[in-house]
Design a protein around this ligand. Structure first.
Ligand SMILES: C[S@@+](CC[C@H](N)C(=O)[O-])C[C@H]1O[C@@H](n2cnc3c(N)ncnc32)[C@H](O)[C@@H]1O
Length: 441
């Protein structure tokens, strides 16, 4: 039988982690990526044979630990794929993220900011106000389980609590296991979506077969007892409807600095870490150097998370977003907060010719907060039309930020003034960042 791995060996890890937070070990002209290993550690690990173009390995023992190594507080750490860095001290985690940003900007973008910003960090635990745990019937694991995917596998970790999920939702996990285990379609519920608003918690239950009348009663009683809103989703996103209460009060979150209240639906995109989100908004506004004469274009605006605070400073703002339902919510939020200077439009900003759907003039400042794929076409084709004096780019993927930064700097003559990492997702290797570009001509 073919062997899947070699015998364990002792080795020293490199002084950097891989982009996804694994230790890097060079051995016999090969590079191994090993989960659980930190930088500059002596370890014993079992090298695995190449799989999907990569050598990996299993950590067996840490002989000489990094000074940044800490005891992971979560009992599921190492198995659950939700977190990958709990064994690294939080100060070192944000350092790793800042390094990843620096390395991406240098290697892909060939750019370096004039000033490196102090990284933003805040809530470290129970910060996730939005998540989509899987649900699965696994007889070998005792029935219905709920949790995030295991590392590098499609299995689900059975979580009875989670240190990164909103505390109220984490505390509900055991009761949710029981709820779905008792349902008549216990093997037809693949996922729930959870959203913690400032006023309440919402659960969206995706189901592949109809619930029985008894199930529906049990779920209503569950929602009433635990004071949550429960929605059902029998099909695509458009099928989401309230089950209990029949007419739920709108979910909302507040942005305290600007006394704003933003309503949202449980399936809407939401910045996951409320405290970090508030700091990020404050930073974006500071970097845009706003006065009442300014007109700001906010691309990929979602439900107005940046647009409305920008408008609250007195500037006039146009938010553009690809999902009409989010544009509707953004308009509603502008009305709710009495901000007529915030307007919204719907456009697909990844389409070739997207620039034709956008104003050619009238905005002197630009905020971009794109999805992971970045804003390649906007930066390439639209920025030279609008020529904004300042661009604040909020990114959830340093590689696409670096690519777009290269275009802004080398092709369009902008200067990268500032950049810094943001710890939106502590204990994961996910790097959020902010960068400021100034027109120099
Ligand atoms: C990272 S989120 C940022 C949302 C918002 N700025 C916030 O802070 O909540 C990216 C947004 O881009 C939108 N989006 C994704 N693809 C798009 C496209 N092709 N055209 C326009 N908007 C798009 C998503 O719907 C989402 O609202």
């Amino acid at each position: 039988m073919a062997r899947k791995h070699n015998d364990p060996v002792q080795a020293r890890s490199e002084s950097n982690l891989s982009h996804d937070g694994r230790g890097v070990i060079k051995l016999n002209d090969r590079v191994y990526f090993v989960d659980g290993v930190l930088a500059d550690e002596d370890v014993i690990f079992t090298p695995f044979h190449k799989k999907r173009g990569q050598f990996t390995g299993r950590l067996e023992e840490v002989i000489n630990p990094s000074p940044d190594r800490v005891e992971p507080p979560c009992e599921y750490f190492g198995v659950c794929g939700g977190c990958s860095l709990q064994h690294l001290a939080p100060e070192a985690q944000i350092h790793f993220k800042a390094q990843t940003l620096k390395e991406n900007l240098a290697r892909i973008g060939k750019v370096k900011p004039h000033t490196w910003l102090e990284p933003l960090q805040d809530e470290l635990w129970h910060y996730r106000r939005k998540a989509r745990p899987g649900v699965k019937f696994v007889p070998k694991k005792g029935g219905v389980i709920i949790g995030f995917r295991e590392k590098a596998s499609s299995y689900i970790t059975s979580l009875k609590s989670c240190l990164t999920l909103d505390k109220y939702i984490s505390d509900l996990l055991p009761a949710l296991h029981e709820l779905f285990a008792a349902s008549s379609i216990y093997n037809q519920v693949p996922q729930i979506e959870v959203a913690a608003a400032d006023n309440t918690v919402a659960l969206v239950v995706r189901h592949l077969a109809p619930f029985s009348a008894e199930d529906l009663d049990t779920m209503a009683a569950f929602a009433q007892k635990h004071k949550v809103q429960l929605f059902l989703q029998p099909g695509g996103l458009k099928t989401i409807h309230p089950h209990y209460p029949a007419e739920p009060e709108p979910l909302y979150y507040e942005i305290a600095d600007y006394q704003l209240k933003l309503e949202f639906l449980p399936s809407d995109f939401l910045q996951v870490n409320a405290k970090v989100n508030e700091k990020m908004i404050a930073q974006a506004i500071e970097f845009l150097e706003l006065s009442k004469e300014d007109a700001v274009l906010d691309l990929f605006c979602g439900l107005g998370n940046f647009t409305l605070p920008l408008a609250a400073t007195g500037a006039s703002v146009l938010g553009v977003e690809g999902e009409q339902s989010l544009v509707d919510r953004a308009n509603h939020n502008a009305m709710l907060n009495n901000l007529p200077q915030a307007r919204f439009d719907c456009a697909n900003l990844h389409l070739k010719d997207a620039e034709k759907a956008l104003p050619a003039e009238g905005f002197n400042k630009l905020l971009i907060d794109p999805p992971r794929s970045g804003a390649e076409l906007i930066v390439d084709a639209y920025v030279p039309i609008l020529k904004p004096e300042l661009i604040v780019y909020v990114s959830c993927n340093p590689a696409t930020l670096a690519r777009d930064a290269a275009t802004l700097v080398s092709k369009h003559g902008y200067v990268l003034e500032k950049a810094g990492a943001i710890d939106m997702f502590p204990h994961t290797a996910h790097v959020e960042s902010i960068a400021v570009f100034r027109k120099t001509w």
